[in-house]
Write a new protein. Structure first.
Length: 176
C-alpha cells in the first residue's frame, strides 16, 4: 500500500510539468513559472528548500525492507546502501534499524488510514497533526538510531548521500 502510494506520488510528480510556461498575452513571450510557485518543491532547482526530515523520510522509505526480506529485496537494499557509501559493517548495523523503521512506518500508515476511514464514516475530520508528529518522531528516532549504530564516517556518508538525493526529489509543499 505504501509503495502504491509512493508510485502514485512519483507518477503525479513526473506528469507535473515542472517547467510550466504560460503565454504572456501582451507580448507573446514565454514566462517561466517555477514549480515552487505551484506548490511543488523541485529539488533539482531548489534542494535547499527540501527539509532534511523530509529527505530522510523519503530515503528511509526507499532503503528499508521488512524483516526477513526476500533475496531480491535484500539485494535491492544492499544496492541502495552501497550507493549511499556504507561499508559492510555499517550496512549490517543499518539493516535491523531499517527493518524496524519499515515495520513501524507501515503500522503508522495503516493506523492513520484506519482512523481516516473511521473519521470519514462519522463525519469528523481525521487528526492529521498527530499523524504528522508521529511520522516526524519516527523519522528522527530512526536517524538517531542510525547515528548511534553506524560509524561516524558511515553516518557522514549517509547524510551526504541524502543531501545529494534532494536534487532528485519533488515534494509538495503541504506534504512535508
Amino acid at each position: 500500500m505504501v509503495r502504491s502510494f509512493l508510485i502514485a506520488i512519483a507518477i503525479a510528480a513526473l506528469t507535473y510539468n515542472s517547467s510550466a510556461q504560460r503565454l504572456d498575452e501582451g507580448n507573446h513571450s514565454r514566462t517561466h513559472v517555477h514549480s515552487t510557485d505551484a506548490g511543488l518543491i523541485d529539488g533539482a532547482q531548489h534542494p535547499e528548500l527540501i527539509p532534511d526530515s523530509t529527505a530522510y523520510r523519503l530515503f528511509l522509505i526507499t532503503v528499508s525492507e521488512k524483516p526477513n526480506p526476500t533475496s531480491k529485496e535484500a539485494e535491492r537494499q544492499l544496492a541502495f546502501l552501497t550507493a549511499a557509501g556504507l561499508d559492510r559493517d555499517d550496512i549490517e548495523a543499518a539493516i535491523p534499524i531499517l527493518a524496524t523503521f519499515k515495520a513501524q512506518y507501515t503500522d503508522l500508515i495503516a493506523g492513520y488510514n484506519k482512523a481516516v476511514a473511521s473519521a470519514n464514516a462519522t463525519g469528523i475530520a481525521p487528526d492529521l497533526a498527530t499523524f504528522l508528529q508521529q511520522r516526524e518522531s519516527l523519522v528522527q528516532f530512526t536517524r538517531d538510531a542510525l547515528a548511534s549504530a553506524l560509524t561516524h564516517a558511515g553516518m557522514d556518508r549517509v547524510h551526504a548521500h541524502v543531501q545529494r538525493e534532494k536534487r532528485k526529489m519533488k515534494v509538495a509543499k503541504e506534504a512535508q
